[in-house]
Design a protein around this ligand. Structure first.
Ligand code: MG
Length: 338
């Protein structure tokens, strides 16, 4: 097995601002895992919130030694080795996980969704994310998102009311709100969510800081809108303790180390009677297409990461009228653009 990795700068259509950060370029690492003439693609989209950068991803991947493994079919054993190598590094681990899954699908000549027995017609509609911005830019973004029936609105900054007013003036679409931990006290979070209950919002993602689970549970008892955990739902072992504070979890490959753990998280969330959402970072069609493969299993999708960029180096899952359309190609279904 030969692994090569290269960094790539995804350029964003608009400056992307959420409660804690703002950027125009989002660097990722593309991994190619070659074995027996077949190349499996993987991707890491590191975020500082989880302690990763392009440098840490490259360092982790260069430290891998897969020479004792015979084939990607040893996925479980390989990923146990990758997990034990160092704590954290979840997006770097996800890149290897995705590449292994892609390779296996290609070797068996079957798309992953079919390998897992999933019906691609059940792939959900994905929301389109509107970052924090001035009213003029927000109005423009709502216009650009006209093919998407569901919008995800980033709040948690200093102008939540102004943003909602601008959006509601432009559209009556279903809205989902993501505060990215931006409401710092339980009183503020409660007030904001009670206000959003009047604004046609479907659910609220991560209203409060991840380290205040008790505060979130206090708010949860007092509001009608479902709460979805994102920064509180990183990996499999996080899920049981979220009961009572959240109604669902957001699974992201870059937080949970990839498809192997994502499927286990989905099963665990169901066992805890929780809703499941799948989200993404700013990612190319490699990681987005990988996440889309298990999307027929979940309730809500937020897989617009590649759609927010202007130089995606891959073709993969496409979005038609907001719906994720999985290509009939083996593995994750992503092919390099010529
Ligand atoms: Mg989120």
């Amino acid at each position: 097995m030969k692994i090569t990795c290269s960094s790539y700068d995804l350029k964003l259509k608009h400056t992307f601002t959420i409660a804690r950060s703002s950027r125009d370029i989002s660097p990722v690492v593309i991994v190619e895992l070659e074995h027996e003439g077949i190349v499996g693609y993987g991707e890491a989209a590191p975020t500082r919130r989880y302690g990763e950068t392009i440098e840490t991803v490259m360092g982790f991947l260069k430290g891998l030694n897969l020479s004792s493994f015979e084939s990607p079919f040893q996925l479980e054993t390989i990923l146990e080795y990758v997990e034990r190598l160092a704590p954290g590094n979840t997006s770097a681990k996800a890149a290897i996980d995705i590449a292994l899954h892609d390779w296996i699908g290609k070797k068996l000549n079957v798309p992953l969704f079919r390998y897992w027995g999933l019906d691609r017609e059940k792939a959900p509609i994905t929301s389109f994310t509107i970052g924090i911005d001035s009213p003029e830019i927000i109005a423009q973004k709502v216009e650009e998102a006209k093919e998407y029936p569901i919008l995800k609105i980033k709040l948690g900054g200093s102008n939540d009311e102004e943003i909602m007013k601008t959006i509601r003036k432009a559209t009556d679409k279903t809205l989902r709100v993501d505060a990215n931990e931006g409401w710092k006290t339980r009183e503020i979070a409660l007030k904001k969510i009670q206000w959003l209950e009047q604004e046609g919002v479907e659910f609220v993602e991560q209203p409060m800081p991840a380290d205040d689970l008790e505060g979130t549970a206090w708010v949860h008892e007092r509001v009608k809108l479902p709460l979805i955990a994102d920064e509180n739902s990183l990996r499999l072992h996080d899920i049981p303790k979220l009961q009572g504070a959240f109604d669902g979890i957001n699974i992201k490959l870059m937080k949970c180390t990839g498809l192997r753990e994502a499927l286990r998280m989905a099963a665990t969330a169901r066992a805890c009677n929780m809703k499941i959402m799948t989200g993404c970072m700013i990612e190319s069609s490699v990681a987005i297409s990988a996440a889309a493969q298990f999307s027929p299993l979940i309730d809500y999708a937020d897989l617009d990461g590649a759609a927010l960029t202007i130089n995606d180096p891959f073709d993969g899952v496409v979005i038609v009228g907001g719906k994720l359309v999985l290509p009939d190609r083996p593995g994750i279904g992503a092919v390099k653009k010529m």
